[in-house]
Design a protein around this ligand. Sequence first.
Ligand code: GLN
Length: 473
Amino acid sequence: MPMLEETLEKIRNGEVLPSEHLEEKIAIFEEREPELNAFITPTLDQAREQAKNIDSLVRQEKGEAFYGLVWGIKDNFAIKGVRMTCASKMLENYVPPYTATPVERIFENNGVILGKLNMDEFACGSSGETSYFGPTRNARNPEYVPGGSSSGAGAAVAAGIVDLALGSDTGGSIRNPASFNGVVGLKPTYGLVSRYGLADLAMSLDVPGPLASDAYGIALAMDVIHGYDPRDRVSAKVQLSFLGSLDKFDPGSVRIGFSDKLLDGAEAPVVKTIQHVLKFYESKGVEVVEVDLPDIWTAFPAYYLVMYPEFASAMQKFDGIKYGHRTDAQTLYDVVAKSRDEGFGKEIKRRIIMGTFISMAKNAEWYRLALRARATIVRMFKKAFEQVDMILSPTVPTLPFKLGERINDPVKMYMADALTVPANLAGIPAISFPAGWYGDLPIGAQLMGPRYSDPLLVSAVRFFEKEGKQWSE
Ligand code: GLN
């Protein structure tokens, strides 16, 4: 696959027209999509229309940031006039009347949108298997899951169907599929990218972010999609420069934190990959510091106790009355109950029941405990980042697994998130990048940093891409 920078350069200097670039992408789409099922709603006609307009803009040097680079959008972001399902029967025919802020910014910068991407239903999952529209497959080996919940995003970027994808991350949903498909995915600092137009999973944790084949793509995308938005109450008034700092990684001035605890329970190829990455940075002059992360494994149960009640509450609006799937019945109660019963998949119902229970049981004692645990995680990272600039860990402790292998064992499935949820609970940025291969299965490494260190993380990945080598066995 050509590097994104080269593709962009060719369009900029007139060698390739945006509409020609789009046709190349559509050819890959036609070839791979029947097997991968990465899209829920392709928008080929609109994309062609858009690309044609951008052809003439490029001639006038008005390509903005993207010059017709091709995007896929996870199907939990609203685009006016385009069906948005959240991969649920509940929203099978929902067409939003407005556009999500990050998507609006992609349009404004001449990103061509090829369609809405498959995902786990309402972003609940780590394998891409809970979609009402069928599972997505891993782009590197279709017998394996692509990771989730931004399953279509990971697969479509890895297959080269799209240049860039917009995903959302509540507990790992950008990083997990990035890791499993061998691409880069950034979960930005909470509040850095507007959630306006993103369907809530757990609103104190949700953040939109990009997936791309390399760090350059992440920087290019982030410069466009981040920034203050008055329509999101938690939106940060912070402006960062990603492309500006992309090549400024200075190994001599950076300290990476590590703890053996982060490898507890990890599979051997994952352990070897992480040790390899650590050695790489060290060999380039980065100081590796042992950090104490006593509460890191507390994040996993705390995440589920925080997320379930927030999710159950966000789901209340889907009652079959105003919009969404509706089953006709005699009484109001039956309309709501039956619409929800038919409209939601198994994992959604599990979370609604658990969330309702947790928020009521023992006077919400469990929920309060989880909030205390969350505060402990925040303090733990704060302390660690007094000593180091970044912390390295696996993204997922295990290799990608086969389709169907974990879907009936929710606890095992949830375990995939153990190392991604801490960053969501603390609101800090975290990036997953391809660092190793076990046969044809990719292994991702994760870097976490303090709030708003997002550009530093991206530059560290760029440095590894340029100077390092991926581990393989
Ligand atoms: N896999 C996690 C979950 O199921 C994370 C989901 C996400 O980040 N959207 O909740």
